[in-house]
Design a binder for this molecule. Structure first.
Ligand SMILES: [Fe+2]
Length: 294
């Protein structure tokens, strides 16, 4: 039987008694789902799993998200099989990407606070990240609780955000880092989508701020005013008390609810391999009506 203990004052649980190389019982799946609803981030230590075991585990929580349109890496450059998202610093041959490699520069966007796939009309539910080779220094992943961030808004700001809708795109997050050289095909693939700024969790009913570096505009607002306001909200939402810093150990597995949290990865020595493999549970609903049929 699994159990979960909270390891941060605000959120984040550690799962004890799990062996993810084996199929989970329905009771264990229910425990993990309830744990995700409550803690929003779960850590499971010492899970030496294969890609197939990770995908099997992921399917307990929904469908695997279609990765199309999430990266500029071409299919022939993929290191991992379909269903696995490569968030390592490695090329197809397992070597660290060169400093000026376009894929590396694009992936540097993961160092900005974000929610996975907020650039999709139907954004991700959970992300599940498995540490296969860890950085010797740095490379922490930080998480922020967007429910607490919402709860801590002052009344006037809470009223302001209530019905706002943002436009999210990889063009905005990468553009904010100066990565602007995109082909016409890439730009078409990264067409902005609309997301509500306040989400309500389908199970717990808790509200959260739905922020992400992919958010670049607020519908109906002048762009500089929207960016200023979003920057302010991001600063509020990532204040130290609301952030859990995960220091990776080999074979850690961390899963998080993208509907209730943001995350970012920190710098590390990129001459060394850092092999992190993600699976993503597809979202079940859109947060806002889209501007036009996709
Ligand atoms: Fe991410």
């Amino acid at each position: 039987m699994l159990s979960i203990r909270q390891i941060h004052p605000v959120f984040v649980g550690e799962v004890l008694g799990a062996d993810l190389t084996r199929p989970l019982s329905p009771a264990d799946v229910a425990t993990l789902e309830a744990g995700m609803d409550r803690y929003a981030v779960l850590l499971v230590r010492d899970q030496d799993i294969t890609d197939d075991q990770q995908m099997t585990f992921t399917l307990n929580f929904g469908e695997i998200e279609n990765a199309r349109g999430g990266n500029i890496t071409k299919p022939e450059e993929y290191r991992l099989k379909r269903g696995m998202i490569d968030v390592s610093n490695l090329d197809k041959d397992g070597k660290p990407l060169e400093r000026n490699d376009r894929r590396r520069m694009f992936n540097l966007g993961n160092r900005l606070w974000h929610s996975d796939s907020s650039f999709r009309a139907k954004p991700a539910k959970y992300s599940i990240l498995s540490a296969r080779t860890v950085a010797s220094q740095g490379g922490n992943t930080e998480f922020a609780d967007m429910r607490a961030a919402y709860d801590m808004l002052d009344d006037a700001t809470r009223a302001t955000v209530e019905d706002l809708v943002c436009e999210h795109s990889l063009i905005y997050s990468r553009g904010s880092m100066g990565f602007t050289e995109l082909t016409e095909d890439e730009k078409a693939m990264m067409k902005p989508v609309r997301q509500r700024l306040v989400r309500t969790h389908p199970v717990t009913g808790r509200k959260s701020l739905y922020l992400s570096s992919h958010a670049g505009t607020i519908v109906g607002w002048p762009v500089p005013e929207a960016r200023d306001f979003l920057r302010d909200l991001n600063e509020h939402a990532t204040q130290r008390e609301l952030v859990y810093i995960h220091r990776w150990r080999l074979h850690d597995l961390v899963m998080w609810d993208n509907r209730q949290t943001m995350h970012r990865v920190r710098r590390f020595d990129e001459s060394q391999p850092r092999d992190m493999r993600r699976t993503t549970v597809a979202g079940e609903a859109m947060t806002a009506e889209q501007a036009e049929a996709a």
